[in-house]
Design a protein around this ligand. Structure first.
Ligand code: SF4
Length: 424
């Protein structure tokens, strides 16, 4: 199983792994010696497309001529069937038909041949995770698709129109995950804020999932800034399980670029959203983000506005994406494409600032007590995430802490990560 892309794909990969295992498959640590390989694909950038092709070629070599290669997800959804065959793919499942993949994979293993079970990207694709592979944190997908049509984004074309997971089905999965011993759930979606079509529905979901017996932590995945309604903030503030971290994709800090991106907010709006969120959820709230640099006609001044807002809004972790044109999107027809060298140079400058901001944010916790959810241990040092999503290493823990939340006094920070001593 090779999973590329976002948290929704991670969820899909876990669900498929669980289903294949239930049917008797043995999950291998790598592709060598396997009978079948599954690539959960991504198409968000040109680089993602390239990685998918490489993953499929690697898988084909690993399984040999008699093995089966299956690809599902965004890149697979948009792939020409002839190209897929030429690449060595035997099974193609779409972004909303991943649940059809296990049957098609079995059929291909038994009888050979090419199976295209993509269909239209619509409706809710029922997948289930019962026992997360990482026992400390589980992604729970509750929303699919998007109809916002940001001018650069290919996702609405590949993932289809919005659909939400039924509430009771979501709550049942939250219970299964918690009963399996996993203490942290991350609610994810392509455009999570429109779960149930408005912020009220996501707020209700937060309240209901928070009541899951045994759940220790609740997080939200990426949330479009305009989705952070007062109602949702209220529900997050009321939940003792909510971890004070929000991922709000900024994309640009320049009003003209934001308008051409069709993001639906201005730089000032984004700044005010961060301010409102901190007022409600506390000044220590970690706000991480994505920025997209080198958009067509982005001037040096516009880029500087992005850097200024990254710093001004007090962002922590920032993922930087260099713009790449995606076929079929509105921005693919925009004039003013920037030279690749300018795009990569701006991406490097934004990433350098992102590192500085994360270090600066992490440093404020040195000398303070923060619990971590221990997810691995090596030579007596446990590591895991704090509630505000900083990675931390903790020494001196007595006994087996894996999967448990343990208190620590942070004694230092390095490159945005914390080190600390256990508080018994
Ligand atoms: S909100 Fe914009 S960036 Fe996010 S998936 Fe929808 S179109 Fe793409």
């Amino acid at each position: 199983m090779c999973v590329l892309g976002c948290r929704s794909n991670l969820y899909d990969g876990e669900a498929l792994s669980g289903e294949l295992t239930a049917r008797g498959a043995f999950l291998a640590g790598g592709p060598e010696g396997c009978q079948a390989a599954v690539v959960v694909s991504c198409s968000v950038t040109a680089a993602a497309d390239k990685k998918c092709r490489q993953a499929v070629r690697r898988a084909r070599r690993a399984v040999g001529p008699n093995g089966v290669v299956a690809a599902c997800g965004c890149w697979a959804q948009g792939l020409d069937a002839g190209d897929a065959r030429a690449l060595g793919i035997d099974v193609l499942a779409g972004s909303r038909r991943k649940s059809a993949l296990p049957d098609a994979l079995e059929a291909a293993l038994e009888s050979g041949g090419f199976f295209d079970v993509r269909g239209k990207p619509e409706g809710w694709d029922f997948l289930t995770v019962s026992r997360p592979l990482l026992r400390t944190r589980a992604f729970l997908k509750v929303q699919e698709g998007c109809d916002h049509f940001c001018s650069y984004c290919v996702i609405p074309f590949l993932r289809g129109r919005p659909a939400s997971r039924p509430l009771e089905d979501t709550l049942a999965e939250a219970r299964r995950i918690t009963e399996s011993g996993c203490g942290e759930i991350v609610l994810t979606g392509v455009h999570l804020g429109i779960y149930g079509k408005d912020g009220a529905a996501l707020a209700e979901l937060v309240r209901r999932v928070s009541e899951t017996p045994g759940l220790v932590r609740l997080r939200l995945g990426s949330l479009e800034p305009f989705s952070l309604t007062d109602n949702l903030l209220e529900a997050l503030a009321d939940s003792p399980l909510f971890c004070p971290h929000l991922h709000l994709p900024l994309q640009s800090g320049d009003d003209e670029v934001l308008a051409r991106m069709r993001r639906g907010y201005t730089a000032e709006d984004f700044f005010q959203v961060c301010r409102r969120a901190r007022k409600k959820l506390g000044g220590d709230l970690h706000i991480s983000s994505d920025v997209l640099v080198g958009f067509p006609s982005e001037s040096e001044e516009a880029f500087q506005n992005t850097l200024a807002l990254m710093a001004g809004a007090g962002l922590g972790r920032v993922h930087v994406f260099p713009y790449s044109s995606r076929r079929g999107t509105e921005a693919a027809g925009f004039l003013g494409r920037l030279p690749p060298q300018t795009v990569s140079e701006r991406a490097a400058r934004a990433a350098a600032l992102g590192k500085e901001l994360l270090e600066h944010y992490a440093a404020r916790f040195v000398g303070r007590n923060l619990p971590i959810l221990a997810e691995s241990a090596e030579d007596g040092v446990y590591s895991g995430y704090t509630r505000n999503f900083l990675f931390a290493f903790v020494r001196g823990i007595d006994g087996d802490a894996l999967g448990r939340e343990v208190g620590a006094r942070m004694t230092g920070s390095f490159k945005g990560e914390l080190v600390g001593e256990w508080i018994p």
